[in-house]
Design a protein around this ligand. Sequence first.
Ligand SMILES: [Zn+2]
Length: 846
Amino acid sequence: MRHLIALALAAGVLTATAAPAAAQEPCDPFGPAQFAGGVPTPKQVLGFDLGTKDVTTAQSDALLLSVDRGSDRVTSGIAAQSVQDRPLRYAIVGRPDRVNAAGLQAVRAATAELMDPDTTAERTEDIAAAHPAILWIAGNVHGGEESGTDAALRVLWELADRVDCAAQRILDAAVVVILPTQNPDGREADTRRNAYGFDMNRDWFARTQPETDGKLELLRDYPPVLFIDAHEMGNTAGYFFPPNADPIYHEISDRAVDWINELYGPAMQDVFDARRIPYFNYASYDLFYMGYGDTVPATGFGAAGMTFEKTQSDPTHKRVLEQYLTQWTSLSAAAASKEPILTGWHDSWVAARQQGRDGQLERNEVVQPGNTVQREVPDITVRRYFIRADDAAKEAEVQALVRRLQRMDVEVEELEADTEVRDYTPYGRAARAVTLPKGTYVVSMGQRQKHWVQAMLHEDTYTPFPYFYDVTAWSLPLLFDVEGGYSGSAVEPATDPVGQLSDPGVAPLPADPPSVALYSMSPQFSRGIESSGWLRWLLDHWGLGFRDVTAAEIAAGGLEGADVLLVPDGYATRDPSFKGDPYGLKDLGPDGRRAIRDWVQGGGRYVGWLDGAVLAAAVGISSATFEDAERLGISSPGSLVRTAVDGGSPLGAGTGPFAYSFWDSRYVMRANGAAAPLRFPAAGDEDFFVSGYADGIAALGGSAAVVDERVGSGRTVAFGFEPNFRAFTDGTQRVLRNAILGPDPVTAGAASARVRSAARVRARRSALALRSAHSVARLVVAARGERAARRVLRRAGLRHRVVRARGRSTLLIAARGRSGDELPWARGLAVALRRAHVPVVMLRVP
Ligand SMILES: [Zn+2]
């Protein structure tokens, strides 16, 4: 990394200024504020001061519009409509000549020039001197985390009306895009997720939700060099701002990491130190998964993308004040270093394209004191990726994939003739010479979006450090299940550019679609909310009608008339750490269980996944058995595992010989004589391949991914993985669609009724005996470190269970259905474990 450059920048905070004439004048960003008084105050608009109570979305909109009307420094618009049709209003604040239509046009044109690697150094300096930097503040992506919104509104109002030097310097150096709430539906409902149950701080690359998609389009219009994503957390005290925890995704540019860790981080430390406000850095919040409001601005836009987290246990005025402090400090620091930031930003695009031309991947690094890189990025040369377009059955997937890249300003080309590639390396296979057909898509790494190209098309994420706040796999070709690979060859193939592709739309439904019922288990916990929410979104997206049935309705005959019952993930059986809480099997009661059995026997089609599949076994309509992954010594925070598909099964229609299952280390499923049309290849087989972090994953080899069997006149399809993970696993969504809409398999040579019945009795017993780790943080350590690890957990007062296998001890720490940033203890755990020299294999916060 080029830390020297960054340190020079940090030192510049105190003295540098955007306007040369004022270079000698010191200006305290928190000196006395002077208001012109031309813009209505928040109190005049709202009837109360910002920070005395949380604003509603309507109040936020009213204030934003009032400031827009009252100030020629502000223009505003709507980035998106939410699922429940609320507007996501944004404001752009800057000097009046820069925020009128012509001014914004000029800002965007100058920014585009800076992003162009071909712009000369001289021209870059001129632009950096004359034009503003684009800085973003966004709040409240988690609806129940309100204070970032109120603080952003205060920043907006102050920039619109203040006339002192601190505000003037920000206005001279920047235009600031303010998106007070990214999740108005969640804010109104006081829920973390949006109305569909999506965590939108995981949706950034896939953009399934309208809120995310509209926001990304606005970011493309106004590409940031700074993006603030303001959150709240369940930690008991203080405030988190970067430097982040490891791991950091390797393709995030050094420049962005340097700005975060050497410019903004220290500036905020100074402000908080001076005010004796408690804060922490490094712990908890990493910079890895490519669906966050910090990693995507950093990787896709070269910005200093930062997550801020204020504890929810403090009163509103304190939360809003501290969010205001970090926002104002960051804007001031950016303004003070505007010119080096803009020239550095341009340099980062030049460097990215050159790296890509040379076929170089960025190396893994760690930033947290005391950590070391545990896994290197392999020494491979990648000059371009290929996406094959010669499978007619995958036309829509390929189109959607290419379109998604293009909508992050990736240049995509296609082969203009059949082309021999001597070192073509398909995903998860050895290199070979092939002739790729004309029309194959080519994505060169030799472009300014090289980091994003690698982040989206990689074979693996190469996790440098085994601490996980989220999943470790998201490669688009694997998610879409399309054929592709890479080449390091310096021989440039002949290509034609590809214009922006349109949305492929959705395949039409059959003329007489089935009547679909949805049983959502445990809708009060994350797992139930999300799996059901992702499914509802998908069914709506397909245009397939459905109705919800509760356990009580099922018991009272509610499956009458339904052709298909969908049971997504949730909690099927009792968990030792969940005493007293409801779960699917109990909620159904004897009548509900009998009703499901009778309905399937009578011809119904049951399709369940994860605990929805366990429920099928537990009520006696599936032969599948489940083992907890940790009992087999497998630990993965979420990875993609190649899965062999039986081409003769209707579930595999259009899929091709393989799909990629999103596997999150829950269960290993076995078919026990029933058909398993999707199966994990045996470990050691050349088809066995995993993208993402997965310790001990060989034990998954040879097990069933989907079990499909006749039950009486009906049928049960049990998935051992989530086929619709975050609604972005398009490849296995197709298998799910086949399960819902496709024909029954032609059963030939099936086991006798008596054998099947015996298998189901065994499966039922095994499901009831499961002691599955429901909603836990998973700490996996080498067996020799178990005692030390347990000491750390005991000292922290954390209830846990231990499962031992394969020389590993997995400590399951009860999290009661909450997410990592809602857990007060998540912050200190990694640090405490390191201090105690615990040999950690993996730590996964839920
Ligand atoms: Zn949050």
